[in-house]
Design a protein around this ligand. Sequence first.
Ligand SMILES: Nc1ncnc2c1ncn2[C@@H]1O[C@H](COP(=O)(O)OP(=O)(O)OP(=O)(O)O)[C@@H](O)[C@H]1O
Length: 464
Amino acid sequence: MKLSVLVIDDEQTVLRTFRLRLSEWGYEVFLASDGPSGLEILSKANIQVVLSDLRMPGMSGQEVIKRIVTDYPNVKVVAITGYATVETTVEVMKSGAYDFIVKPLNFEQVRMTLNRVEEQTRLQEENLTLINRVQALSQDASERYRYDNLIGKSKRMKAVFSQIETVAPLETTVLIYGETGTGKELTARAIHHNSKRKSGPMVTVDCGTLSETLLEAELFGFEKGAFTGAQARKQGLFEQAHGGTIFLDEVSNASQMVQQKLLRLIQEKSFQRVGGRESIKSDTRIIAASNKPLLDLVRNNQFRQDLYYRLNVVNIVLPPLRQRGEDILLLARYMLNHHAKVLDRKPIKISPSACRQLETHSWPGNVRELFYVIERSIIMTPGDTIEQFFLDDNINIAESDHEKPVSLTPSLPEQVAMLERTYLETALRRYHGRILSVVKRSGLNPRTLNRKMKRYNLNKGDFK
Ligand SMILES: Nc1ncnc2c1ncn2[C@@H]1O[C@H](COP(=O)(O)OP(=O)(O)OP(=O)(O)O)[C@@H](O)[C@H]1O
């Protein structure tokens, strides 16, 4: 296995020499002449090693290294320094760099460093495969009923799994129907992860939460001056998703203008930024989702018929939870085991009457509601058997929260840990694993966030 290496250095001759040597040794080489363009490359390509100069105009090498270490914990960074004093060495190592090499460059040293990284990466990957295999062997029976992260043993879910398996390797557009919380986004992710594009980006956009202009700008990007406040050119999500998959959630909410642009993009495989003339090529697979039948909207002239046919090449319908009773307890047990593991508690059981409660509830919020109920009920339950679930018959989940009595078990640290984990999971999902956004939103500093993510076994890659 040869690594992909990114070299960041402001000296063109250094970059040229690196390109020559590294490609001679069989590495895939990426070059950047300053920190920001290096970070940009990192966000798009699958890089394993970064060699970064420390002294650069603009963003300093230290800053670049810190950003990479925080945002891409799996990437190994090697600093290139002009002088090796004790102070610089300490500083470089403190910033989280894996190693450093000294200028003038001795390529034998570079080669040895890269060999070391390669060896370590190989060992880490072997380790991971081993861990996965052990985990697969020790999975309980319920886990056999799954496809990717989707769980279900009902006939209807098994039919969905086989549809996903068939459609994933193809390049076709897919339209997913299902009520809220039935797993549309999870299904889109499963398709992406099982497609040829799996190493490319997966970008999600909720067409229902943005205004018409914002959605257009978000999807297609804009040129400087395209509208008031557009102070610089901005890439849109289609550019970010190049080579990967874009998931358009609640596509029925897209305005006529956005629908027209989407149609053109599908037909011509290119688009223009808002306010721009340049035609930008797009290689992105589109998966769209809707919770209402699009055909009804087509009949009412609210959705373009031509776009509907383009999107609806394959359609997958996710059944509501109330129509797949066998899945309810399976999903509930899966979630209980998951939380017990995280909280380091004994396996949590469900009493027969609590099982009946779950099976007879109508689950208007589907799997999302079920997971929420489980999570709340664990917090409220002393001991290791849930005798009663805290259901909300009129599912006004948020409002009813403050009326719930505070339970004194599990212990406070356990309850805090649950809340923390849920918070981080929600934030990572909301920002698609973008660490900087989670840092901003949560008020945690990057190091603390990193530590907590490790503690709760959260991997930003799972939220992309
Ligand atoms: N079959 C399933 N197996 C495991 N988890 C599931 C399944 N279906 C849904 N979930 C979980 O339920 C929650 C909601 O899923 P998701 O966001 O994919 O639903 P959605 O249909 O896209 O919802 P919305 O329409 O509200 O955006 C997530 O936590 C997801 O992990």
